[in-house]
Write a protein that binds this ligand. Sequence first.
Ligand code: HPA
Length: 272
Amino acid sequence: MSMFEQSAEAAAFLRARLGDVPDVAVVLGSGLGDFATGLTDAVTVPYQDIPHWPRATVVGHAGTVVAGSSKGRRVLALAGRAHYYEGHPLTVATFAMRVLGQLGVKHVVLTNAAGGINTRFSTGALMVIDDHINAMGINPLIGPNDERFGARFPDMSEVYSSRLRALADTTAAALGLPLEHGVYVAVCGPSYETPAEIRAFRTLGADAVGMSTVPEAIVARHQGMEVLGISCITNPAAGVLPQPLVHDEVMETARRVRGAFIGLLEGILERL
Ligand code: HPA
């Protein structure tokens, strides 16, 4: 069965369970699952029930699709995502984006936890992704192209919508929330970077580093969806401080900042 047919099956299943499908989806990164549980009038579908959907295996990622309301705005929240480092081929890791496309979702907000490469960034800062560098050495669109999804050689000159980035700024200003901007570099993981890699990425123009988002953003753009990306800078990247990098710190910062992060998300959705 082709990816198109698989994602169509998953979309039909979700449509039957969710009823009216919202036109905006949010992919929740580490520690942000609370956003989904805070939605009202919510219908929750576990990933394992959805045909062909990969299961999330990382601690801190629930693995559910939730359709509900955030301050009166209907939204589809994806709590938990499949990463390349878990061993999924990138076509599988980005399956959710294919399903969102099939569901007619027009806007997708991708959130993540990231290491801060830019030394101006404080731990816990929120960063709008202005652009990305794909340092994964692989692309989710490799393989035969299905024109029903999009073009063989899709344009990537504005992956992250300038309209949505401006909306994030307006929202943050209204909330009195500081908001950084920068370039996100995606790596495969799961090992964290070396200090030499971080220095190299800084030289290349990257401000934050993480192990997700870029494959999803590429696939979303392939399908013509409007993308916004927001990173929570959970830790200084390797070598920025003379201390080792630990996953617990990443989760702890994500937890500490989630109130502000969720407030920003709600504000953006309200204005969308
Ligand atoms: N590197 C890669 N991925 C990450 C980091 C990091 O420092 N922090 C959170 N996700």
